[in-house]
Design a protein around this ligand. Structure first.
Ligand SMILES: [Zn+2]
Length: 139
């Protein structure tokens, strides 16, 4: 295992738990702390898997802020947020996610979301958050 490095040589932090990341290949970063997979296909595209958190609430709301920070850092043109295993977003967690999505919408990064539970997809539609992202159907 080697320390994850950005192309600029900075240590990557896991966007999900905030711990310094590890990589087992230059393209994939599997966090030893929370099991999140961040894929850096290349600098242009990042995939963040939120699989380790079935429930988003006040306790882990900072995950979305870290996602924003890593996007601001790496400046990809596309961010894929994989909601695999996410069953519930509290209203405060969704509020934070929404403000991050609005912010990223003004940047040059296209946010793509996938594997949304029907209930969460419904929240995206009601709040028009679906206008800020590209919905990708499950693979
Ligand atoms: Zn982590």
């Amino acid at each position: 295992m080697i320390s994850a490095q950005t192309p600029e040589g900075e240590l990557r932090r896991c966007p999900v738990c905030g711990q310094p990341g590890q990589v087992d290949s230059p393209a994939d970063s599997l966090c030893d702390h929370c099991g999140n997979v961040t894929r850096f296909e290349n600098q242009a595209s990042i995939t963040i898997t939120l699989a380790s958190f079935p429930v988003f609430d006040q306790k882990n709301i900072e995950v979305f802020t870290r996602v924003r920070d890593i996007v601001n850092d790496v400046k990809p043109t596309e961010l894929l947020l994989d909601f695999q295993n996410v069953k519930y977003l509290s209203s405060s967690a969704f509020g934070r996610l929404l403000s991050v999505l609005k912010e990223l919408n003004k940047s040059s990064c296209q946010v793509v979301v996938c594997n949304l539970e029907p209930a969460i997809k419904g929240i995206f539609q009601i709040t028009r958050a679906d206008q800020l992202v590209k919905m990708q159907e499950a693979e």
